[in-house]
Every structure is written in structure tokens, then in C-alpha cells.
Write a protein that binds this ligand. Structure first.
Ligand code: ADP
Ligand code: MG
Length: 888
């Protein structure tokens, strides 16, 4: 049986050959030879002059594929076939095929135009990593200038909307290969059971996997106690199909998908002890596993094997002979909350497409089975596809690595699917804050930063650690140095720790404390001591464990540290000592520069809870140096899903508040709800974060009045003397301002009212004090003596009617002035009364019960007709009243 991609070999060579369109899109199921055979065929028969680059989303895959293909070519890795992943490259001048991670390619693209490369193959493109998306756009751009550059995009599923159009013109190649039916069954959601303490608990995933395997291993593999007996005979003839690229049968494999290393370890432990798994070799497989362990998991030789893996085994790594898949249905997913600027690592449900891929792994060499640890109903409600990274991760690293082409990347790039404006905007702002761009253009510093294989924050950290801030500094400073700020080695170490997964055991807890010293500036100091001790002990697992240190991670941190030091030195940053005095303060300052948006303040002595810039909250670690001070900066802000969502603040550095350049102080008065008083209180702010507040001190009286006025206007208290007469007075003024502009009466609006209230409150600190204060005198100041006289004559409070009755004139905003009288008090008033300015008043004519019977501006007309009707209706009801009068 030939590997399926060989079916399309001729078409592939033609498309990428001198007469072809130089672009292919290849879809073929996992295990059909995309990652191995395709590059090998191009290497041997493609007639390429330069290198073939295969881009992988995962480091583990790049390394394993290079080793395997080097073997197929009969050479050792690093010669004809090599690889390059972050901090590690194994290739030479003779290398013609190189497997790289997308991050590496991205850096190559930032530094040049892929000189010496003839072909770029994007493998596993369906993963839609941000770096791949961006790099593909760039390579397509480059193709326009370089006729010799070929591009291939490969994936097991190409249900990527718009991809074919995006690559146009391109040749689409599909190779279905042989697929056997896979029977899918649903085990339903985890059951909730009472634990031994009587609490309801969900059954843990490794126990569920155990139960499924106990059942299925027996059914599928013939109930034999020792699986190997069953397969021993067939097994004898297995041979790796290196030369012939033949897919030959191998002993059966069971593939279990779990979210992470922790669950994998638990499952492996359980299976190794379980009798039903007797005869089955059990192998873990995940990125952090050592290379030997990885090889052991995927090797073709050997008897029946259960491989317990993360989603690296979904499509990146081929495992042959899989007959049964047990799928937990979840994966750990990195996300970035754009709005809050928090990274999160949460366990999420995989999409239906991913579940399909996982199930498909069981049908490559024969009919297979897949057991899903969820229900069919729930399956239907899952997302059809995974969200591409561009929609869910921090864009700064990708955008910042793109100085070529002037503007910050992202805007000018060719996107298969562009990022959201908000996310892009945030990334650009971060780059600007870090000094990588200025006015949207990449600065010299930005260019230097992009050259480091690091997130722009780390790159900024390194530049700052060398005392470099501005472009000028960079030009001169790369030769000269500012020794007092110099902490390049320290920064390299901090960056190394931040790159990794942390050097401490999950349960290190208090053990960490013995590495912390009074006066430490950052948590990196304890990390440094710990790694140093681990190193003195040769990074031995047992010794490290006793100290709460993860030997492997510590070793990696040390290696990364050394690599970064070499790299920093190579780029002209002054780091010429590996043995150095730890310059804690300088490092803390540099860390602050790179993480300004993660400044935090502790809530109190007693708690680990903190406030962060951006109205965020988080929790410190018990042993953090941040607890030795008040203000700090947290390099890691991560929301982790456990029993509940907690935002962890890790890798902190103490900060002196004097270092915060943009601090500002709010005025010294504030409303205190408890005492209903204005109190003196100063606040020192950093953005929206209260860094410090201080009770007492000099009270700003003017401000106090304003604050009280705000309370009054918000309806929290009333001024007793602001009564109806005040409102009437204002209405009179406003009436004249509207109707007799020649008087130049000032209208009194909302703002003026506030002003008056503030005036009334002036000098006071409590509501009690202002409650009884006079209002009219303050109000009176609005008018000159002349205006006051005009007010009395043209908008009088009362006026004498023709019959001598003294009647009150009513004024109200938005209504015409009116008088309101019982009809009897209007006898003898023939015509509609007028104000001295000549405006006719509205007359509300009331019945004896004071209710308006008629509202009119024509009193004469009323006497003629309306009055007769009124008398008819009411005289009987109110016989004691005088109904004889009239206007006449
Ligand atoms: P694809 O990329 O299409 O999923 P691959 O090219 O990775 O497929 O795999 C093709 C075949 O090569 C597999 O079926 C397997 O037999 C073999 N193979 C690939 N990688 C390895 C490896 N690291 N070790 C052993 N065999 C491998
Ligand atoms: Mg592959």
C-alpha cells in the first residue's frame, strides 16, 4: 500500500515546476505523507535550487519530522535535513530541507526576504496560527517579486473559508487516501457522584478513560488478557517502510486525547496499574515530554500500545495503527482577552471538526472505533470549527515582528482573515508604549526588538536593561553603555523564566520561600537562586523536587538564559559577564518599562488580592516580593480555570511610586458617604489605579462646596430655602428673558442653578451646615438693581384686577402666565387682564370648589356665553354662592 500523497506526486511536481503556477493547496488526511513524503519528493525531484522550508505549528513536530525524514534520506539530522525551533537550530550549509516553527519563519521574514529559499510549505495550516496566517500573507507578497519562490499550503482538513480564493492562482490537490469506517459512540457527560466526604463530585477524566478502556480493550481486541499474544504473530513481520514509503501494518494502538500533561500523567499511572491493560505498553505524548519519550510513543516497532496524548496527536504527529480513540473532547486553549489584557489558559471544548479529526485517527489502517466522553446532544451544540488564533490571542508579538514595510504589521498585511480593529488597535498601542513604533512607523528600537525571538515586551525589557530608551540611545548606546542601569544578564534571565512554564513545582508553595530574601526587588531573584542551586546539583530531578523546583524547567530556563545572553551580546547589548551581581533595582525598573499596563496595588496587608490598572483584580502568590511593598508590576497576569476562575499575578517586581512617571494627584477633598461630609483626602493615581490615598491634610474648601453641591443636585439632600417662591422667581426671570428681550434679563438655566447651589454651599463641609442657608440673596445677585425693578413691574407677583381684587400671577417654565380665581372674584372684570408689558393673561375660572371650570384668554366671550352655562350647571349645587354677577 503506497502512501496516499504519492497519487498526486506528478501534479504536485508540475504545479511547483518551472511551468506551473507555483502555488499548491494540498488536502490529504493525517498519515498520508504530507509532512514527510511531500518535502522528500520535492527535495529529490523538485529541481529546487534553494532550500525547502516546511513550516510547522509545533516545536515537537518540527523536531520529530526532521529526524524521521533525515532517516528516510539516509542521513543524520542537521545535514541534508535540519530543523530550527526557538532557541534551537540544527542545520548547516548543506541543509536543503529544513523544518521550522512558524515563529522562526516569522523572524526570518522580519530580517530579510527569504534569500536562498526556493519553497515554503505551510503544514497543518488548518490550525490557523497567527504566525502562519501572517507569514503566508508575507510569502505571497514576496512571490510577486521572486519568480523562483514556490508556496504550498497543506492540511488534513481544508475547510478554511476563502483559502482557495486567497491563494489564487493555485492548484488544488486532494488525496483522499484509504479511509475505513470509524464507529463513533458517545459515553455521555461525566456522572456526578457523592465522594467520601459526602460532597457531589464529577468523576475525574482519568477514571472515565479507565472505565472505557476496560470495556473496549476486551471487546475490540478479543478479550485476550495479554494483547500481545494476539498480535505477536503478525508483529514478527513488521518492517518500517522507509525506502518504499509503504504504509505497513503495525501492532494495534489506542489513542487517548486529554487536555494536558497533568491529566496524562494521572491516566498513565492508572493504566500502568490496571490489570485490564496488561500486555499494553502505555506511553504519554505531549510537547514538554523529553525527545526519547516522544520517540517511544510514536515508533512503529513494538507491541500493542496505548498512547495518552494532548492534541499534538490530533494531526501534527502521525501514529500508525490506531484502532481505538478515546476522546475527552477538551483541549487547553490559550486566549487573550483584548479588553482586559489578560492571557488565559482554559480547558475548552474542542470543535466538531477537531473531534472528527481525532476520530479519523482510528480509521487509517482498518475499521476503528472512537468513544467520545460527551453526549451526542451536546456534540450538536459545539462549534463547527476552532476559532483561528487571529481572533483570540495577543497580536502584539506578531504585529511587532514586522518592521519591514514601514508601518506596524497588520495594517498593510495581506490577511486571509483580518484581526478585529480593537485587537489590532491594542497591539499597536502596546508597541507604541514600548517604543517599537512612533507615529505608526517602526522605530530603530522597534527594528532591534523585532530581531529578538521574543515577545516585544521581552525585547523591550532587554533594551531597557541595557539602559536604552530612545532611538538616539540605540544608535549610540549599542556601542557605549550606561552602567548604572545595566542589568542585561538579569533581564535575560527574567525573559528566560517568562518564556518557559515556570521553574516551580505546582505544589512548591512555601518551599519557594527559602529562596526569597528580604529586600528582593523581584520574584526573579528567588528564581535565580533556585536555578543556580539546581544547576549546582546538575539539575537532578530528586534534588530539585525536594526544593520544590521542576528540574526540567529549571534546566530549560538556564539554557534559554545562556542563549539570550549570547544573543543579546551578539546584538551589541553589553552583557559580558555571566557571573554578575544581581542588580535588582535596575531590573525592576526595566520590568516596569516593559509592563506598564500591569501595574498593581495591594488592597491591604492582610490579603493577597490586588487591584490592577484597567480596573482589573488579581491574586498574588504567597511568597511574592510584591508583598514586601505596596506597588508592584506583574509580568504574568493569567486567568486559570480550576474550581473557579482566578486571575493569578506572577513574576512580580516591586515598584517605587516615584518611578511611575505619569502619576497624578486628585484634589484634596472627597465626599464621605459614611459621615455625609466632605473630608480631606488626597489620591495618587496611575491611570485609573489608586496608588495611594491619604486621609486628612488641608481641606480644599472651594472644592468642598462643589462636592456638596453635587450631592444636593443629585437629590441626596435639600436646601430648605429653595422653595416654591424661589422656583417662581426663576420662572418670572425666565419669562421676561423670553418675552421681553429688550430688558436683557439673563435666563437662568441648569448650569446657573448649579452655580447657585455651589455658591450656597461654599465654605461648608457637611450637608447639615448648608441645609438652612439662604438661597434668595445668592439668586438675587443674578440681577442688577434695574433688572430687579423691571422684574417687579413687568412680571409682578400680584396684580390688582379691574374689580379691585388682588390676584396672584402664576409663572411656569414653558407655560403662559395665568391667574386662577373663583368666578365670583371675577365679577366686574369685563376684559381679559393684561400684564404691564401688554401680554394677555390666561384666566382659569374656577367653580366654588376651586376647580377650574374654564380656561380662557377671552374673558369677555366667557361672560357672554360660558357664564350662563356655568350658572345653569352649578347654581343648584352651590346655592349659597352669589350667581347674580356678571361682567356687565
Ligand atoms: P501527514 O503529514 O499527511 O499526516 P506524515 O507525512 O506525517 O503524514 O506521515 C506519513 C507516514 O510516515 C506515517 O503513516 C508514518 O508511517 C510515517 N511517519 C511519519 N512520522 C514518523 C515518525 N516520527 N516516526 C515513525 N514513522 C513516521
Ligand atoms: Mg503532518
Amino acid at each position: 500500500m503506497r502512501l496516499p500523497v504519492l497519487e498526486v506526486k506528478e501534479e504536485l511536481l508540475r504545479a511547483l515546476g518551472p511551468e506551473g503556477v507555483r502555488r499548491v493547496l494540498l488536502k490529504a488526511p493525517t498519515g498520508s505523507g504530507k509532512s514527510t513524503v511531500v518535502p522528500k519528493v520535492l527535495l529529490e525531484e523538485g529541481g529546487m535550487e534553494g532550500m525547502i522550508v516546511v513550516v510547522q505549528p509545533r516545536r515537537i513536530a518540527a523536531r520529530m519530522l526532521a529526524e524521521y525524514v533525515a532517516g528516510l534520506c539516509g542521513s543524520r539530522v542537521g545535514e541534508l535535513v535540519g530543523y530550527a525551533v526557538r532557541f534551537e537550530k540544527t542545520y548547516s550549509e548543506r541543509t536543503q530541507l529544513v523544518y521550522v516553527t512558524d515563529g522562526v519563519l516569522q523572524r526570518w521574514l522580519a530580517e530579510g526576504e527569504l534569500e536562498g529559499v526556493s519553497c515554503v510549505l505551510f503544514d497543518e495550516f488548518h490550525e490557523r496560527r497567527l504566525a502562519s496566517d501572517l507569514a503566508l500573507g508575507r510569502v505571497l507578497d514576496l512571490q510577486e517579486k521572486r519568480a523562483d519562490l514556490r508556496v504550498g499550503v497543506m492540511s488534513a482538513t481544508l475547510e478554511v473559508a476563502g483559502l482557495e480564493e486567497f491563494l489564487e492562482p493555485c492548484v488544488l490537490l486532494e488525496s483522499e487516501g484509504r479511509r475505513y469506517p470509524v464507529e463513533v459512540s458517545y459515553a455521555g457527560a461525566a456522572e456526578r457522584k457523592r465522594n467520601r466526604f459526602g460532597r457531589m463530585e464529577e468523576e475525574v477524566v482519568w477514571e472515565r478513560v479507565g472505565r472505557v478502556l476496560k470495556e473496549e480493550l476486551g471487546v475490540l481486541f478479543g478479550g485476550q488478557e495479554r494483547g500481545e499474544l494476539l498480535f505477536a504473530g503478525k508483529n514478527a513481520g513488521f518492517r518500517q517502510g522507509a525506502e518504499s514509503n509503504m504504509l505497513e501494518a503495525c501492532a494495534p494502538r489506542v489513542l487517548v486525547f486529554l487536555p494536558g500533561a497533568f491529566e496524562i500523567r494521572k491516566t498513565v499511572d492508572l493504566l500502568e496499574r490496571a490489570s485490564f491493560a496488561n500486555g499494553w505498553e502505555v506511553c504519554p505524548l505531549y510537547s514538554g515530554l523529553n525527545p526519547a519519550g516522544q520517540r517511544a510513543a510514536v515508533r512503529r516497532e513494538g507491541g500493542p500500545r496505548i498512547i495518552v496524548a494532548t492534541n499534538v496527536a490530533e494531526t501534527s504527529i502521525t501514529i500508525d495503527g490506531v484502532r481505538l480513540v478515546v476522546d475527552s473532547g477538551v483541549a487547553r486553549q490559550a486566549r487573550f482577552d483584548v479588553r482586559r489584557g489578560i492571557d488565559s489558559l482554559t480547558v475548552e471544548k474542542i470543535s466538531r471538526a477537531a473531534a472528527e479529526q481525532r476520530a479519523g485517527r482510528a480509521g487509517r489502517t482498518g475499521p476503528g472505533k472512537c468513544v467520545r466522553l460527551w453526549s451526542e446532544g451536546e456534540h450538536g451544540r459545539r462549534l463547527a470549527f476552532e476559532l483561528p488564533e487571529v481572533a483570540r490571542v495577543d497580536l502584539a508579538a506578531a504585529v511587532g515582528s514586522w518592521p519591514a514595510g514601514g508601518g506596524a504589521a497588520g495594517r498593510g498585511s495581506r490577511w486571509l482573515e483580518g484581526p478585529e480593529e480593537e485587537a489590532l488597535g491594542r497591539a499597536e498601542k502596546l508597541l507604541e508604549d514600548l517604543g517599537a513604533t512612533g507615529d505608526g512607523v517602526v522605530t530603530e528600537a522597534g527594528r532591534v526588538m523585532a530581531g529578538f525571538p521574543l515577545h516585544p515586551r521581552m525585547a523591550a525589557l532587554l533594551l531597557r536593561s541595557a539602559g536604552l530608551r530612545s532611538d538616539d540611545d540605540i544608535e549610540s548606546g549599542l556601542q557605549s553603555r550606561a552602567p548604572d542601569l545595566d542589568c542585561v544578564a538579569e533581564a535575560c534571565f527574567a525573559a528566560a523564566v517568562l518564556q518557559g512554564e515556570g521553574i516551580w513545582d505546582k505544589r512548591a508553595g512555601k518551599l519557594r520561600e527559602r529562596f526569597v530574601e528580604e529586600g528582593d526587588w523581584s520574584d526573579f531573584e528567588a528564581d535565580w537562586r533556585a536555578v543556580s542551586v539546581a544547576r549546582e546539583n546538575g539539575f537532578r530531578v530528586e534534588g530539585c523536587k525536594a526544593l520544590g523546583i521542576q528540574a526540567k524547567n529549571a534546566r530549560e530556563a538556564w539554557q534559554t538564559f545562556e542563549q539570550l545572553c549570547r544573543m543579546a551580546k551578539g546584538r551589541g547589548l553589553a552583557v559580558d559577564r555571566v557571573r554578575f551581581e544581581w542588580n535588582g533595582e535596575a531590573l525592576a525598573r526595566a520590568v516596569l518599562a516593559a509592563f506598564r499596563d500591569r501595574v498593581g496595588v495591594r488592597l491591604s496587608e492582610a490579603t493577597l488580592a490586588c487591584r490592577l490598572v484597567g480596573k482589573r483584580r488579581g491574586k498574588l502568590e504567597e511568597t511574592s516580593v510584591a508583598r514586601q511593598g505596596w506597588v508592584f508590576v506583574a509580568c504574568e497576569v493569567t486567568e486559570v480555570e480550576g474550581k473557579e476562575m482566578v486571575t493569578h499575578l506572577r513574576s512580580c517586581a516591586r515598584v517605587e511610586k516615584e518611578w511611575l512617571e505619569e502619576l497624578f494627584t486628585t484634589d484634596g477633598a472627597e465626599w464621605d458617604e459614611a459621615t455625609k461630609k466632605v473630608v480631606a483626602r488626597k489620591r495618587v493615581m496611575f491611570g485609573d489605579l489608586v496608588v495611594e490615598q491619604e486621609e486628612g491634610g488641608e481641606l480644599n474648601r472651594e472644592l468642598a462646596g462643589e462636592i456638596l453641591a453635587e450631592q444636593v443636585l443629585a437629590g441626596k439632600a435639600q436646601l430648605k430655602n429653595w422653595d416654591g417662591s424661589v422656583e417662581r422667581w426663576i420662572a418670572r426671570v425666565n419669562f421676561l428673558a423670553g418675552t421681553m428681550p429688550e430688558l436683557e434679563m439673563p435666563a437662568i438655566g441648569e448650569e446657573d442653578r448649579k452655580f447657585v447651589v455651589a455658591q450656597v454651599c461654599e465654605g461648608a463641609v457637611s450637608l447639615k451646615e448648608v441645609k438652612n442657608r439662604e438661597v434668595k440673596p445668592v439668586l438675587g445677585e443674578f440681577l442688577s438693581e434695574m433688572q430687579k425693578a423691571s422684574l417687579e413691574s413687568y412680571a409682578p407677583e400680584k396684580m390688582s384686577l379691574a374689580n379691585g381684587v388682588n390676584s396672584r400671577v402664576n409663572y411656569k417654565e414653558g407655560e403662559e402666565p395665568w391667574i386662577e380665581e373663583k368666578v365670583q372674584r371675577l365679577y366686574g372684570v369685563k376684559e381679559t387682564p393684561e400684564l404691564p408689558g401688554g401680554q394677555a393673561l390666561v384666566v382659569k375660572i374656577c367653580a366654588p370648589n376651586q376647580r377650574p371650570w374654564q380656561v380662557t384668554k377671552d374673558l369677555e366671550g366667557f361672560w357672554q356665553s360660558g357664564f350662563g352655562q356655568m350658572k345653569k350647571d352649578l347654581a343648584g349645587r352651590y346655592p349659597k354662592h352669589d350667581w347674580g354677577g356678571s361682567g356687565g
